[in-house]
Design a protein around this ligand. Sequence first.
Ligand code: ZN
Length: 134
Amino acid sequence: MVKIITVKSSSREEFIDITGEVEKALKEAGVKKGICYLYVPHTTAGITINEGADPSVKKDIINALKKIAPYGAGYSHMEGNADSHIKTTLVGSSVNIFIEGGRLILGQWQSIFFCEFDGPRTRKVFMKIIKEEE
Ligand code: ZN
């Protein structure tokens, strides 16, 4: 079964910490051990895991991506969001996290970020939990 987590972004480019939402969904599923797959079904938004403790880290990542793929830099794609597509490919569309003792096994400073590159929009994250047989 796939659970859908709805994410509402409020600006064009934004990293939204969804760790709490994923943990809540994991608790509801009641799985103690396994793998949590998170997949973003969009072409201008992605997902990544990085530092959640210091908010300047996500700001620096967004600014670095803007330097790699600046807005309106003479792209072929005529929709005006070619930079959003490129940034999405750079961060990727999925992450996998191990589950032990009913909890996500993340590093001390890690958070799961939904990465908006063409907001504001209402978006989806697909979540699938694979239970490990004991
Ligand atoms: Zn486009």
